[in-house]
Design a protein around this ligand. Sequence first.
Ligand code: UD1
Length: 422
Amino acid sequence: MDSFRVTGGCVLDGEVETSGAKNAVLPMMAATMLADGVSEITNAPHLKDMKTMSDLLRVIGCRISGSEHVLAIDTRGANHLEAPYELVKTMRASFYVLGPLVARFGRARVSLPGGCAWGPRPVDLHLKGLEALGATVTVTHGYVEAACTGRLKGGVFHFPISSVGATANVLMAATLAEGTSVLHNAAVEPEVDATVDYLLSMGADIQGRGTRTLTIRGKEKLMPGNGRTIADRIEAGTFLAGALMTRGRVKTTNMEPEHQGALLDVFRRMGADVQVGKDWVQVDARNRELKPVDIVTLPFPGFPTDMQAQLMAVLTTVPGISVVQDTIYTDRFMHVAELERLGADIRLRGDTATIHGGSKLSSAPVMASDLRASAAMVLAALVAEGVTDISRIYHLDRGYEDFESKLSNLGGKIERLHGQSA
Ligand code: UD1
């Protein structure tokens, strides 16, 4: 198992290019299953999760090729309509193949993902949505089996809560259903829009992109897709948070600033200078007294739960009391105990953490507990006095491309120790 060794005391200053979004490319890859032929995806990031999705598509019978950041997925051999537990348990987004497979082939068998590091993560809405399109869904031996006779049937489904994954899954299925489907209270995250765009490139008929009501007129067939992955707003947000953490300056390029509204508002409220261009953002926290802040995570356009851990790391260094409430994943606080090992003072009660900021952080061996928590630990280690070893960084490798080289280019002192669990 690799680990990171981070030397504290740096100030990040520089420019970093944003990679393609993990959470957009994964549903796009699953969407290719809706057509027979070779689909293309550009600006695809190199990530462990992408490799897992590629492995899954290969198990199904697809051929995957491509060059640097371009993926070609040939679905002509797709015939094994099953997603095994071994893959789904390592990446929940594998569940995305359920909708496309049942829509195109009339049946699919996909392992239930089980819980994750921050508690239960149900998939009931994925299943109810598919049932609303006429699929018969059963769960046996840990596997979901979905089937329909002929094509799925257009239906109406109201998501009781906003779900990115369930929206994308049911949306993909609806594109091949017979008749019209209407999805109410659909998620409006940029990654859902990106999935819509990719489906449109395949010839799908979808109205209401970017709104909470999606109307899909099902087609008998879709053609192979061709589209570009949007920028990873969480990757960019993490580096921008690094500017606040180290009281430095970071510019993220090759990105969509309009996806960062809530995060940039928080950075401004904290007192950082935030500049926004057409495809870049610069956050400058040099020589600034940052202020504490209260945040609540919410569905887009609210503050993203995927930035909660990184912001909390920053807040541990800001004198005063900050409050962070996670309403999306109420147990997503594994990083709290690890930040405390570095000297942070955080009181956790239910879904709310109260951070008594301003304590001096000092190095200690810590553990990455999930993808974004890993990034939070690295941010904290950048300012902790001494050398911090962070183990279990395979979590981070799931979703950050070239993380340590990007961070080093900004001035971070980070080194990967191969095969060592520090
Ligand atoms: C996606 C992102 C993840 C992000 C999350 C919230 C991917 C691969 N992952 O996860 O990084 O943190 O959105 O922005 O894109 N829920 C149910 N039943 C369901 C589905 C969800 O109750 O069937 C609940 C969840 O427990 C959670 C809320 O809905 O409380 C939102 O989850 P959802 O948007 O579905 O998250 P994911 O798509 O799994």
